[in-house]
Design a protein around this ligand. Structure first.
Ligand SMILES: Cc1cc2nc3c(=O)[nH]c(=O)nc-3n(C[C@H](O)[C@H](O)[C@H](O)COP(=O)(O)OP(=O)(O)OC[C@H]3O[C@@H](n4cnc5c(N)ncnc54)[C@H](O)[C@@H]3O)c2cc1C
Ligand SMILES: *[C@@H]1O[C@H](CO)[C@@H](O)[C@H](O)[C@H]1NC(C)=O
Ligand SMILES: *[C@@H]1O[C@H](CO)[C@@H](O)[C@H](O)[C@H]1NC(C)=O
Ligand SMILES: *[C@@H]1O[C@H](CO)[C@@H](O)[C@H](O)[C@H]1NC(C)=O
Length: 485
């Protein structure tokens, strides 16, 4: 008598919560979610982290994404005579499953079709080499394991542990050896390495076969079909994920991060991170429970100072390569390239070899990012060409390659780390609730690597917040998941 239904329900809920505090049957214990999360950088790493964190922590968490330049970061387009072309990351491999899933999710939400196939763009002749095909298949079969672990929500606290969980000591050891010595040991000839492998390394990483075998193998991920890109530009995945994650974009430059004790509305003193950023000519700051850094941490690139951390958060001295993208619409002087061993295969792609005295790393014809409207790379006989070079090209240099040209646009990048094995990877956990996504670039720099690292960091942040240590750094996961399914 006198007990209302709602009182009854609330006492049942109370009993449930009490039981749960001793170990909730069938579901993991969850602490209440954080109030605010900061992500620094709105490239593919930062935006995919925002997307996953929203799924894990739910709708009430406030997620701020800081970006001082443009959403997309190293995924960007450049205009030549009214058309947009990819200037940074451009090719996506069919086995890049996170990129694939993000695009599928975004397509479901928008009702449009974002994916366009690049089948015609590059047909790498080295795909034919059976030994190489075998090596690369092995790498990708191993790679599939990480998707499996992540779909079961397992996370790793370091890049080394993640790679080890994929393929053991041997796989991790690829970081310690050069591509050259690895392939020589596997029986490839000097000539094959010089003429087929080295040029691809120069296009993809502006470096030779002296880089680590892991990044080498990832960038040799040739495929005679299934390479793709995003209609309208790959950066659309970043803006799409940002929007889908319902994050708040702050167009500012983060300067400092400092841990401080704050008293929250609940009255409890809590350790939080103060993020100080510059917006316009003013300086502002805000407090966060969790911070993810989704940009390379070095002075030239992110220039973020970690104030008063004990022990101090180390500066990473990873050196990023300076690469300039130049797009030229013009008529190539093809006789300049006729002596090269690899000219004009696929659709007009020209790669240069290491021993050439060339001032460019590579040259290729480009499609505009609106491939559906412009299915041909050219309509008037002059193509748009993309060149990568270590230095900004002068007009005289461009005129050495082209008989004539109408337009040339340039964009400099600090593109990817200078690889030199043995690689030592930066930490993912910089401090209690402060995570670093781009340390993964020590192994290889690619869109999918950033997505894998972001996924891992988001799961790691979530499990550590909830004290789920059984979901972190599990050994023998492959065997365990095999028997589970
Ligand atoms: C020329 C070139 C060609 C490439 N080709 C390919 C390819 O074909 N396929 C492929 O898979 N990959 C390719 N890549 C690599 C790929 O583009 C990158 O690995 C990937 O885009 C990196 O994404 P990210 O989000 O980790 O970093 P970024 O894209 O660099 O994002 C970091 C963001 O953080 C912002 N930021 C930095 N500091 C601050 C701060 N203090 N405050 C606020 N914001 C800050 C930056 O402005 C930037 O937007 C290429 C890269 C380049 C440069
Ligand atoms: C790689 O080399 C480092 C030393 O540079 C060593 O500590 C580490 O154990 C090596 N890792 C593997 C898997 O060989
Ligand atoms: C890095 O930031 C500091 C202020 O936080 C500024 O004085 C300095 O010029 C910046 N350096 C670079 C290379 O941008
Ligand atoms: C084209 O390049 C070749 C080789 O460098 C050069 O000899 C020739 O003069 C160039 N042609 C024109 C029209 O500039």
């Amino acid at each position: 008598m006198g007990r209302t239904v709602s009182e009854l329900i609330s006492s049942l809920v109370g009993l449930w919560l009490l039981l749960c505090s001793w170990g909730c049957p069938g579901s993991a214990e969850l602490r209440s979610p954080p109030d605010k999360i900061a992500i620094i950088g709105a490239g593919i790493g930062g935006t995919s982290a925002a997307y996953i964190l929203r799924q894990k922590f739910g709708k009430n968490v406030k997620i701020d994404v800081f970006e001082r330049e443009e959403v997309g970061g190293r995924l960007a387009t450049m205009k030549v005579q009214g058309q947009d072309y990819e200037a940074g990351g451009s090719i996506i491999h069919p086995l890049n499953l996170h990129m694939k899933r993000f695009v599928k999710d975004l397509e479901t939400q928008s009702g449009g079709n974002m994916e366009v196939s690049l089948v015609l763009m590059t047909l790498f002749p080295f795909c034919i080499h059976p030994l190489l095909v075998w090596c690369l298949m092995a790498i990708f079969l191993l790679f599939k394991r990480i998707y499996r672990y992540q779909s079961h929500e397992y996370a790793f606290s370091s890049v080394e542990k993640l790679l080890h969980a994929i393929g053991g000591d041997e796989f991790l050891g690829l970081l310690n050896r050069t591509l050259l010595e690895t392939f020589q040991k596997a029986g490839f000839s000097e000539k094959f390495l010089d003429e087929m492998v080295a040029p691809v390394m120069r296009v993809n990483f502006g470096q030779s076969t002296g880089l680590n075998a892991f990044v080498g193998a990832v960038s040799l991920s040739c495929s005679d079909s299934g390479l793709w890109a995003v209609e309208g530009g790959n950066k659309l995945v970043c803006s799409g994920l940002l929007q889908a994650s319902k994050s708040n974009l702050i167009s500012g430059s983060v300067m400092y991060i400092e841990e401080k004790t704050r008293t929250k509305q609940t009255g409890n003193p809590t350790e939080m991170y103060e993020v100080v950023y510059q917006i316009g000519s003013g300086t502002r700051s805000d407090f966060y429970d969790i911070v993810l850094v989704a940009t390379p941490l070095n002075h030239k690139m992110s220039n973020i100072t970690f104030l008063n951390f004990d022990p101090p958060i180390e500066e990473f001295h990873q050196n990023y390569e300076h690469i300039v993208t130049t797009l030229v619409k013009g008529e190539l002087n093809s006789s300049v390239f006729s002596s090269r061993p690899m000219d004009n295969f696929g659709l007009g792609t020209v790669l240069t070899t290491d021993n050439s005295d060339s001032f460019i790393n590579s040259l290729e014809t480009m499609y505009s990012v609106r491939k559906k409207e412009n299915p041909q790379p050219s309509t008037d006989g002059t193509y748009v060409w993309k060149m990568f070079s270590p230095e900004t090209l002068t007009e005289a240099q461009i005129l050495k390659l082209f008989l004539s040209y109408d337009d040339a646009v340039k964009k400099p990048w600090l593109a990817y780390p200078h690889y030199e094995p043995p690689e030592k990877c930066p930490s993912i956990i910089l401090h209690d609730r402060l995570y670093y996504i781009n340390g993964m670039e020590c192994a290889a720099s690619a869109m999918e690597m950033s997505a894998i690292a972001a996924y891992n960091a988001a799961l790691l942040a979530y499990h550590r917040w909830n004290g789920h240590t059984d979901m972190i750094d599990q050994d023998g996961l492959y065997e365990k998941l095999k028997t589970e399914l």
